[in-house]
Write a protein that binds this ligand. Structure first.
Ligand SMILES: Cc1ncc(COP(=O)(O)O)c(C=O)c1O
Length: 506
């Protein structure tokens, strides 16, 4: 019996099959006459018969009776007359090399970002696409905003991810807050402070630059001096965690000084968010931006931002037109800010699913635990690096746990070490930028990349490569030092736990 006959036999009549599948009787009659059930009914039939007629049986039978044809008309026959020429003209533009699907290698990412991505985030990202105005998506957006408020430690209603990398978050902040002619004090102690100056200039603003030696934090006294001399400055901008050097500035103090002179603040938290404390409300930050691919360990291409009500009011009251359509906060408020959402641009839906999951992971771990994890692995990595004679660019009290810049020893070809680490150990570390190019290595332990196995692999690989290059490095010393640092931290934690238990029992 074929599947059509078996179906009728199972339910007693064609009429009953038709009733159960909510079809006209003539359709079922036609199946019986032609001797097969069309392939599109495979799943329904399997479900209706509780698997007695398996979808695959039906598909095989249907395909044998009526094979699926991929070409709807014979080769060379065109709806629009004869082909353009005898050969396939489209191929004139085809790549010369045969191209197959892309499969990236499995790398350990310990540079300045991007970081490795948690498997849960990768899985979430590959879920089916849905529309950016789908009610389910809109619900997810609300959760995303709530989770971002948690990582930023803020109640700012306007806290959301911008579609674009950290540089777009930076530009978004400047284009909305800086009108032509506005004076902006920019603190520069590395590459990214330099980019802020570029932004001010491009917005038609007037930058007042507070320069600091690379590797040093921004000096609050220098900022105050600049503000005393420029009492008409409207905005103060600085980088909280300077990725190019691995230094952390005192954001709380800098914001406090700016406010004393009635200036709004723009803070770059690209590398700090979720790696070290970022307390937007407590510090009173006005505008802040970050990036998805650093300590949040998400796919690159999203920039979480948060703006105080004071900023929103200021932007709403601007008389001039914001110099960017895409980044005009007033327009984007209709999509991310409002309760009734309207189209602004096509949101990168799957990347946003991924960010939702990455933030959820941070929330599940707990922000304080996340900060502590970065500090713990930094302590071990540092012990290992210093044990083989490497020195940090930044003084210990200003070192960022998630970004470690160390000086390349004299006589060592900096790039050759990175090349060998990548080729032989699948390990990526960062190079120096600007004046530090060729002089430092940058070891990032951010987000999901901040793990003991990565720290140990990195130290083992580096020890091996440096020793091969003839440096007086004893292979295994760095791992032993890191191991001792971990052991000391575990012992301290166990002692503290025992003390707490004793206090509770007393
Ligand atoms: C401190 C800082 N600001 C801004 C950026 C720019 O971010 P993106 O590369 O995502 O555009 C970076 C990137 O590394 C950064 O480290």
């Amino acid at each position: 019996m074929n599947c059509a006959e078996r179906l009728v036999a199972l339910f007693g009549s064609q009429a009953e099959v038709a009733r159960r599948l909510r079809l006209d009787r003539a359709v079922v009659s036609n199946w019986v006459k032609s001797g097969y059930v069309p392939a599109r009914w495979a799943m329904e039939v399997e479900a209706l018969t509780s698997g007695q007629i398996a979808a695959v049986e039906l598909l095989n039978e249907a395909n044998a009776r009526k094979p699926i044809r991929l070409k709807s008309r014979p080769d060379g026959e065109s709806l629009f007359g004869s082909p353009l020429s005898g050969k396939d003209v489209m191929n004139d533009f085809a790549p010369l090399r045969r191209i197959s699907s892309f499969h990236p290698p499995q790398r350990t990412l310990m540079g300045p970002g991007p970081t490795e991505i948690h498997p849960r985030v990768l899985t979430t990202m590959s879920q089916p696409a849905i529309g950016y105005l789908d009610p389910v998506f809109i619900e997810m957006m609300e959760e995303l905003k709530a989770l971002l408020r948690y990582v930023y430690q803020t109640r700012n209603p306007l806290t959301f991810p911008i579609s674009g990398p950290g540089s777009v978050g930076m530009e978004y902040s400047f284009v909305n807050l800086v009108a032509p002619g506005d004076k902006v004090v920019v603190c520069r102690n590395g590459v990214f402070g330099g980019r802020m100056i570029e932004n001010v200039q491009r917005m038609g603003g007037v930058p007042v630059v507070v320069d600091e030696t690379w590797g040093e934090p921004v000096d609050p006294n220098k900022l105050e001096d600049a503000l005393k001399k420029n009492r008409d400055a409207r905005v103060v901008a600085f980088v909280h965690a300077e990725t190019s050097t691995g230094v952390q500035s005192d954001a709380r103090t800098l914001v406090e000084i700016a406010h004393r002179y009635d200036a709004l603040t723009i803070v770059d938290a690209v590398t700090s968010l979720a790696g070290t404390p970022v307390l937007v409300d407590e510090w009173g930050v006005d505008a802040i931006y970050s990036a998805s691919q650093k300590c949040l360990s998400c796919t690159p291409g999203l920039s979480p931002v948060s703006f105080s009500d004071r900023v929103v009011e200021y932007v709403k009251s601007r008389k001039d037109k914001i110099h960017s359509w895409f980044m005009d906060m007033n327009l984007l408020l209709g999509y991310w800010g409002a309760t009734t959402r309207t189209y602004h641009h096509t949101a990168p839906t799957n990347a946003l699913f991924a960010l939702h999951e990455a933030l959820l992971l941070t929330h599940e771990e707990g922000l304080e635990n996340c900060w502590a994890r970065h500090q713990r692995h930094h302590t071990a990595l540092k012990a290992g690096l210093e044990s083989i004679g490497l020195t940090f660019l930044v003084k210990p009290e200003y070192q960022l746990p998630q970004m470690n810049a160390v000086l390349c020893p004299e006589g060592v070809e900096e790039a050759a070490v990175r090349r060998t680490l990548l080729a032989e150990f699948n390990l990526e570390i960062g190079a120096g930028l600007g004046p530090l190019a060729g002089k430092v290595w940058r070891f990032g332990i951010m987000g999901y990349s901040c793990r003991p196995d990565n720290v140990m692999l990195c130290l083992a690989a580096l020890g091996s490569v440096l020793s091969d290059m003839g440096l007086p490095v004893h292979v295994g010393d760095a791992e032993a030092a890191a191991h001792a640092a971990y052991a000391a931290m575990h012992a301290k934690a166990a002692q503290a736990k025992a003390k707490r238990a004793a206090a509770r029992a007393a």
